[in-house]
Design a protein around this ligand. Structure first.
Ligand SMILES: [Zn+2]
Ligand SMILES: [Zn+2]
Length: 339
């Protein structure tokens, strides 16, 4: 029977076995957690009361429906609206959507801080499992890298030495021309292919974490009081990282839930700038208006929340975003906050 080429050094064997099993166990653990953690849905406080629900269903005019929703949302920690300045309401789940929450048509529920529905894990990736998802990508990357790197030398040996053997008829070359080389070839290519495709996804999500942005928010910026702002939830790179991974570094690499917050209420950076400044920034780089390092005065969340929601007229009467941005008369800057 053919004896495949094996590693002769014991130290090398031990190192290989330890790294292999460590990355494999961490990969399976975080993959399992991503799959089996059910997506978090909004709590009951976001559901309409029975009376409101009945009234909402009876109403046919959208303005009156919005009136009901605005009344119900008054005490909720909500800072974003639809692009047309309406309260975000899910007809299917019959609830007011918290910020960053979206309805997943595959799961048929509203998912807190929904990122995307992932067919690879047959689950929604959102607030409850985003950290697990990132770790899953990281460990599968490590795993593929390890497999590809350790197979590489045999891959090269089989394909170069065998060919040389055939050409030169070298009797010292003991690498046999068997099916094993196809196994090595297959293993190397599969590991390398997965490594490359996961690397691009992982890099993209690292960038998203740094910006405190979900995949959905990248395609459709959340609309704050002063207009859509892709960076509305960004608190600076380091804080953004902690939002997902938590404050305690010792848990960062373990698939244990340590994300900050409750998934309904997010620290946000709400900026209302001078009209002149806004005109400039809205033409060039709207996102920059809330750059992480700008020294805006800060206010507590509760205060800025009141400013947002106290006057109902601001939600409805403002026109399309562009108009609203340019006609902005407030010179105040509201920035919040630490969780
Ligand atoms: Zn829903
Ligand atoms: Zn889903």
């Amino acid at each position: 029977m053919y004896q495949p080429v094996t590693i002769s050094s014991t130290a090398e064997k031990v190192v290989y076995l330890v790294i292999f099993h460590l990355s494999f166990v961490m990969f399976v653990w975080s993959y399992g957690k991503t799959i089996f953690t059910s997506p978090a849905s909004p709590s009951n406080e976001f559901c309409l009361s029975k009376a409101d629900k009945e009234q909402y269903e009876k109403e046919e005019r959208p303005e009156s429906q919005q009136e009901i929703l605005r009344r119900a949302a008054k005490d909720l920690p909500i800072y974003t609206t639809t692009a047309s300045r309406a309260i975000r309401y899910c007809d299917r789940c019959q609830l007011i959507k918290p910020d960053r929450c979206h309805h997943c048509s595959a799961c048929d529920i509203c998912v807190l801080k929904m990122d995307h529905h992932c067919p690879w894990v047959n689950n929604c990736v959102g607030f409850s499992n985003y950290k697990f998802f990132l770790l899953f990508l990281m460990y599968s990357l490590l795993y593929c890298l390890f497999v590809a790197a350790t197979v590489l030398q045999y891959f090269i040996k089989f394909w170069t030495l065998c060919r040389r053997k055939a050409a030169e008829n070298c009797p010292k070359n003991e690498l046999p021309d068997t099916h094993a080389k196809f196994h090595v070839l297959f293993l190397f290519f599969v590991a390398a292919m997965f490594f490359i495709s996961i690397l691009s996804l992982f890099s993209y999500h690292c960038w998203l974490v740094g910006k405190n942005r979900s995949t959905i928010e990248t395609f459709r910026a959340p609309t704050f009081r002063n207009g859509p702002d892709k960076n509305g939830f960004s608190l600076g790179c380091s804080k953004n990282l902690r939002e997902v991974f938590g404050d305690e570094k010792k848990y960062w690499l373990l698939p244990i839930f340590t994300s900050l917050g409750d998934g309904c209420n997010f620290p946000t950076r709400l900026v209302i700038m001078d009209p002149e400044q806004l005109t400039v920034s809205s033409q060039n780089e709207p996102a920059k208006s809330s750059g992480a390092n700008q020294p805006f005065p800060t206010r507590p969340l509760s205060e800025s929340k009141n400013r947002l929601l106290a006057s109902d007229s601001q939600w409805v009467e403002s026109g399309p975003e562009d108009e609203n941005v340019k006609s902005g008369t407030k010179k105040h800057i509201i920035v919040s906050l630490e969780s």
